[in-house]
Write a protein that binds this ligand. Sequence first.
Ligand SMILES: Nc1ncnc2c1ncn2[C@@H]1O[C@H](COP(=O)(O)OP(=O)(O)OP(=O)(O)O)[C@@H](O)[C@H]1O
Length: 333
Amino acid sequence: MIRIENVSKAFQTSKDEIKAVSHINLTIEDGSIFGIIGLSGAGKSTLVRCINLLERPTKGKIFLNNIELTALPPKQLRKEREKIGMIFQQFNLLEQRNAIRNVCYPLEIAGVSKKEAMIKAEKLLKLVGLEDRMNNYPSQLSGGQKQRVAIARALATDPQVLLCDEATSALDPNTTRSILDLLKSINESMGVTIVVITHEMKVVEQICNRVAVLDQGCVVETGEVKDIFLSPKSRIAQELILPKNKGIASLQGKRIVRLAFDGQSSFEPVIANLVLKCQTMVNILGASTEDVGGKAFGQMLLQLPDDELAIARVKNYLDSIGINYEESDVNGI
Ligand SMILES: Nc1ncnc2c1ncn2[C@@H]1O[C@H](COP(=O)(O)OP(=O)(O)OP(=O)(O)O)[C@@H](O)[C@H]1O
């Protein structure tokens, strides 16, 4: 289990102090896949680098399995750090080493014999589906293949935790999906706890159990992915789930409702029935649906007519079929 206790990190620049993260409290359970999501500059990378003390927090404590990493002397910290692997957006492979020797690298540093390291590296490269690419250099590999090498390398020291800092942000959607599937299968088969840093809700939806939403260095919302996806409370989570739609700006002053679909409802009959039963037109401004844990979840923004009676009929209808909704004004979307 990872425990982040009241962690803050500030950077001192020549001009002023930048508070990258402030008073963060999070618990990440063993064996889970935990997402940390936020917009650019929210403090995600800083927070994840505080977990393995690549950045030392200015304040607060980090615990791994009840051992306080922030209190350890350097030698013991190095030992504990072997339990935490990390992968990055830009892969960070050693260009002058081929794939198998990249994976051997952390083992060599840990004092494992060359022969043993090669055997383990071969096994790991097979695990990530690169058995036919072991002797290729990074420059000969695609982005997805490089990230697979990086994952194999991160797993070489048998970590309990794998930190993924925007690990799929440089990849196309199909490759992203295959890397996320690989991470999920590593989590399931090896029990490795995975912490995923991302600015994409799709990544969180595809593999995470729980998520913390970060905004301006603070956690503004945390919980089960499906709960946050169904009913985002913070403005930033709403924006990440259903990004701002440029077309909406021209609809100032109109009544908007945000519907939350919970896996039981299919969209078209609901909206078609709503139009028929309420005898009114609605505008679909945007929709976002995802598969979470095998169930379809989603949100939809509807623009309602400027007619209080019609609005009351729509609300009654939504209540009667058990669809959750909330009203928002256009500026709050
Ligand atoms: N070494 C540093 N020195 C000074 N400021 C820093 C340093 N590292 C990060 N920051 C600042 O801390 C804040 C948070 O940055 P961080 O990289 O953690 O955000 P992020 O959410 O990971 O963003 P992105 O998704 O764009 O990488 C930003 O304002 C950034 O400029």
